[in-house]
Design a protein. Structure first.
Length: 277
């Protein structure tokens, strides 16, 4: 009787163990199926996000290298000459363009910029009025200042009211190697050293004030627009996402998030496919 009860108890325990084993196997099977479903759903998105992230990384790498070596590539000194890109940045053509003399020795004024041999040699605070060569020097004026350069276009001196220059400049003339100025207060002539200014009144003979050429080199207009934008700025804006506006900055953030998701999903796929030890 005791033996029969013991056998019955053992049989009951064995049945319970088999039941628990089947339940455990069922739960494990369910977990495996769920894991496989996640892997199947995750892999395509991992590939898609990886492709998008690769393009984003490529763009960041190329622009980052260009920025880091901008001095070597000369990007900080290379102006943008593409009209469509200048238009995109909203850089308009200069409103005041004047040419004095004949190329190749002509001098050009574009608003507050002075050009010699298509090289900008001066950026004044206000619009320039006139410019000319005198002996081995170059003279330019705006309404309140006179700029004196050497023949290489290097600024040597700036004169204004504090140095005795007449105020309210209107026009410039070169007469017998002397600089003449037409101002709101009359006509003045400089001495040979361009230090003292003598008022000429009354004016007995007409003065041939410098006038602009009727034909202006269009390339100078493009150079004037390019003076405000260099390729280093374009690379910085492209790298940060600001080239295409404020919305692109958010798009760059999404790309960075996609890169994070690729990293996390790749780690998860590797972890789940890792063979057990």
């Amino acid at each position: 009787m005791i033996t029969s009860c013991a056998c019955g108890a053992l049989s009951h325990v064995s049945i319970q163990a088999d039941h628990f084993k089947q339940v455990s196997v069922t739960k494990t099977s369910r977990r495996n199926r769920f894991r496989l479903k996640i892997l199947r759903a995750l892999r395509p998105w991992h590939r898609r996000l990886g492709l998008v992230s690769a393009l984003f990384i490529l763009l960041l790498v190329l622009t980052g290298v260009a920025i880091n070596h901008s001095d070597d590539f000369g990007l900080d000194q290379t102006p943008v000459t593409q009209s469509w890109l200048l238009d995109y940045y909203g850089i308009a053509a200069p409103s005041h363009v004047a040419q004095f003399g004949v190329a190749p020795s002509a001098l050009y004024i574009t608003d507050n910029l002075l050009w010699q041999n298509q090289h900008m040699i001066l950026e004044a605070n206000t619009t320039l009025i006139s410019a000319s060569y005198v002996d081995n020097m170059l003279v330019a004026i705006d309404a309140q200042q006179l700029y004196l350069f050497n023949d290489l276009g290097q600024l040597q001196e700036t004169q204004n009211a504090s140095t005795g220059l007449p105020s309210g400049l209107l026009a410039l003339a070169i007469v017998d190697g002397r600089v003449w100025l037409n101002t709101d207060n009359g006509v003045y002539q400089a001495d040979e050293q361009l230090i003292d200014w003598q008022a000429i009144a009354p004016l007995t003979t007409p003065v041939a004030w410098l006038s602009e050429s009727k034909v202006v080199d269009k390339e100078v207009v493009n150079l004037a627009r390019s003076a405000n934008l260099h390729w280093q700025r374009v690379m910085l804006d492209l790298h940060s996402g600001r080239l295409f506006g404020h919305l692109t900055v958010w798009l760059w953030d999404l790309f960075a998030l996609a890169l994070l998701m690729v990293s996390l999903s790749g780690f998860w796929i590797w972890l789940k496919q890792k063979p057990p030890r």
